[in-house]
Ligand binder design. Sequence first.
Ligand code: T4K
Length: 365
Amino acid sequence: MSKPKPIYVTQPSLAPLNEFVHYLEGVWERGILTHNGPLVQKLEHDLSSKLGLEYLTLVSNGTVALQMAIKALELKGEIIIPSFTWIATVSAIKWEGCTPVFADIDQDTLNIDPSKIEECITDKTVAIMPVHVFGNPCDVEAIDKIAKKHNLKVIYDAAHAIGSTYNGKSLLEFGDISAISLHATKLFNTAEGGACITSDMSLDKKIRRIRFFGHNEDKDIVEDGFNGKVTEVHAALGLANLKYYDEVLADRKKKYKLYKELLSGLGSIHFQRLELGEPNYSYFPVIFDSEETLVSIIELFSEHKIYPRRYFYPSVNTYSHVVDYKKTPISEDVSRRILCLPLFMNLGEYDIERVCRLIDNFLIK
Ligand code: T4K
């Protein structure tokens, strides 16, 4: 009998190769490889139409999208973020000369707890940068109210959130700017990539100038810009993959529900609470009772060549060589006990059953 193949936390969703090559043929004919070429423009148009967005500017990755958002809003000072996130939320803020200030999360939704935001506000606070963790919508209305009351900008770190909705609208419409990631591990990918989304036309124009060294249409330098451009090759992959976007989204939801159904009987596993809007089901996180259980399960999985990931571990406020430590007990506790199980388009239902059976057998021992 052949040995089972390794199963990773995710694998990129990819269109058939010939459909990607079809777009590449045009690139070869035109000889235009970058600088806001026709495929980049088409992907921006098609993606924003698909999601019902006003202005979407593609950029080279999700980290750069966050940096460009901070730059476009000309922020200087403290930015409040949850400590349960990927390090890019922190590094983008620091690269823009701002200071991250950590707020704790809600232990069920795993998103920033709006009731913990106001206590973090000082006279240096300029913005809030909440994260839609694993695509689960933040309490955007509560956050909006706090931001308005204190005259703060809101940038959503929406790296995981393409395809999530709130009140029937794309979640990416909220805040002054939403920054998404289109990395290979995301449900819609351009290999590397990201985008800034806003409903403010002049802000979008500024983002576009920043993306291209700060040039305006006359090639005059009018902004403190940099190179955040996207190549035609990345856009070609995005256009090929976009055709399968709905299929990938529906597949994630179906598999998420299967996991939930198979694991729900186990009292000692907790799930992220999905209570607002409709998430994109892009990750399947499970929270164990202890870190010891989590580590044993990872060891057991690895004997079966199954490689889940500890997103997010450790809690980013504990990276003491990068940030000033501020205690956020819920994030620190959850990050020690949470594991994202494999979830992607080519994952078979049989594999999900196998993953769940291993957990089941371990926990009832
Ligand atoms: N904000 C938040 C909240 C984020 O989570 C992220 C990124 C960002 C901002 C910044 O966005 P980007 O600048 O990255 O666009 C991954 C991703 O690299 C990262 O994008 C993501 N968040 C983070 C949560 O996860 P790793 O190091 O855990 O994943 P990696 O690259 O080892 O991939 C995981 C598995 O996926 C591999 O074991 C195999 C499979 N894989 C991966 C790649 C890259 C493939 O099969 N093919 C591939 O090409 O970070």
